[in-house]
Write a protein that binds this ligand. Structure first.
Ligand code: ZN
Length: 167
């Protein structure tokens, strides 16, 4: 396994729509394992391949406290969204920023698993929010896109300042 570097907003590579995966082979399984290791180390509860500069429709998620219940989504498709929920979100690509975002409260998602088998699951609460956030990444969308332009400008300034401090 290997740790992968995470791209940070406003890196334009985060905006490229990711391409569907033909099937789950050894290379995709390796990518899933590397992404999971990277997500656990960050630490985060979800990671999408475009965040590690891989333009593929691949996501890993683990919202468990024990960090031992990974979920794998290859070519995920949200087939149903119902209700509205507002939760404070963060993102490994937008470090230290947390803002409330409105999303569907319940979803139905279809994907291929790590074994390459198609499956479908229902999700609500934090898991539903997390999956929607990660699927957005596959379409080049970030949670800050749901905020006002004024807020986004403030966030970019704050992140700029942080970067200058670490240089
Ligand atoms: Zn994110």
């Amino acid at each position: 396994m290997a740790m992968l570097p995470i791209l940070h907003y406003p890196d334009p590579r985060l905006r490229n729509p990711a391409l569907p995966v033909a099937g789950v082979d050894e290379a995709i399984r390796q990518l899933l394992d590397d992404m999971l290791e990277t997500m656990y180390a960050a630490p985060g509860i979800g990671l999408a391949a475009p965040q590690v500069n891989v333009s593929k429709r691949v996501i890993v998620v683990d919202i468990s406290d024990e960090r031992n219940a990974p979920l794998y989504f290859v070519n995920p498709e949200i087939t149903l969204r119902t209700g509205v929920e507002e939760m404070e979100e963060g993102c490994l690509s937008v470090p230290t920023i947390y803002e409330p975002v409105q999303r569907a409260a319940r979803i139905q998602v279809r994907a291929l698993g790590r074994d390459g088998q198609a499956y479908e699951m229902a999700a609500d609460g934090l898991l539903a929010v997390c999956i929607q956030h990660e699927v957005d990444h596959l379409d080049g969308k970030l949670f800050v896109d749901y905020l006002s332009e004024l807020k986004r400008r403030r966030i970019r300034r704050k992140l700029d300042k942080q970067r200058r401090k670490t240089l």
